[in-house]
Write a protein that binds this ligand. Sequence first.
Ligand code: NAI
Ligand code: CS2
Length: 487
Amino acid sequence: MLSFDHLSADVVRPDYDRQKLKTRMVHIGFGAFHRAHQAVCSDRLASERGSDWGYCEVNLNSGELIQALKQQDYCYTVAEMSGDQMALRVIGVVKDALHGKSDGIDAVIEALAQPDVAIVSMTVTEKGYCYEPSSGKLDLAHPSIVHDLAHPDAPTSLPGIILAGIVRRRERNLPPLSVMSCDNMPENGHVTRNVVLGLAEKQSHELAEWIAQHVTFPSTMVDRIVPAMTDETHAAMRDKLGCDDPVSVVCEPFLQWVIEDNFVSGRPEWEKAGAELVSDVLPFEEMKLRMLNGSHSFLAYLGNLAGYQHISDCMADPYYRQAALSLMLDEQAPTLSTQGVDLPAYANSLIARYENLAIKHRTAQIANDGSQKLPQRWLDSIRWHLKHGGSYDLLALGVAGWMRYVGGVDEQGQPIEIRDPMRDRLAQRVAETADGEARIAGLLSLKAVFGEDLAAEPAFVAKVNHFYQLLREKGAKETVKIALTQA
Ligand code: NAI
Ligand code: CS2
């Protein structure tokens, strides 16, 4: 357990009066990322500007972290790591914490309906939104949504819980909420609005109209590489801290947060703690999702197939490094509407971040949930190239790599554990098709991922077939090399 008595002197501690914090924000998804990103900014603000914006943290599924957090008086440690440097900070901006299962969903809805609460934010992974990735619309066939339509007062899904919180606030005549997604989706505010309004519309048109008029859904671009904690990183933290902190998290020094300034009941002055408040986040989101996350997913699938465990291992292979850079600059950058950003400098800064040997970011972690990630990271760019006649070989290789990966067997013949909300559908397509053209056609016919159009684009299908065949015959390392010399 984290204990201030044992902390070494160089650990930064909360230097503000924690009693003065109020629970003005509820955050759903107390995962690694939130702990190292939004909570850090809010903590800096409390420390440097005396902000009183505190959090109630909520986890809907896993309860262990919430339990541990409570035992440590709601404090935990963040370690920024670069090379052999480690900077530690204790975060003190959390006031309260709830676990959906043990505290009950009603306690979560009640937290959302407290008078002081002005913002609910989320980091629940793309799949938490229960939407169809290719269209961004609520998936009405999603089992949790089917449940929530039948039981609106006892919801289980993120959209259902937020909706119930909004309804309870309205019943009590409380000021409306701002609902802020901090997940890696393009126009994440619009996606959130779509799913909440989609569900509300099924309850009553009048309710949906009221929410559309009163509740805001600011979009955000969020960036900081925060890998899942491992036994090794926990041990490194223990050595440095002099005690165990099960809630601790390790991350890179870099942090970026661009927020659409669209809050209906006030917000912390995050701009005074390093965030950028803007009127339109989309150009920033697209740039980050396509350049950073797009190259990440490429390295995740092609790297994992080649036996590279971490992103930094991929960077040690000059062809993978060059492929990531070329994917960003030659195939993603031309698709962007971003103005005034030096994209080559941005791409080089991303490569430098990937090379940080202190950050052990597993390719298998990034490879998770591909069905939710491909549309915004690769497929929209491919559509752009099909329309404008650009070259997209590396993007097509990425798609072929994902298809090999979800085939479930690596290049050494070992099984790959597929973690994806569409795992059963993927496994079914794989099982009912012969490896090769039929498998590719089977996977491309998944409209929730590829939409209606891509399977009907002969040039795209031919490219994916070409690289898939090369991957089968020559393996990932050789294919990446060939793709680079072809490009
Ligand atoms: P994590 O695995 O540590 O935490 C995931 C959180 O999502 C947990 O709190 C879990 O309870 C919740 N969750 C998962 N499935 C859910 C569902 N169906 N409904 C409701 N809650 C659900 O992952 P981490 O690292 O915190 O990342 C979460 C998300 O944050 C990512 O998917 C991404 O969208 C965003 N992000 C992560 C970055 C990173 O480097 N880790 C950086 C930028 C954004
Ligand atoms: C990664 C991201 O897991 C993934 O899919 O691409 O979490 C990535 O680390 C962050 O977006 C960096 O900001």
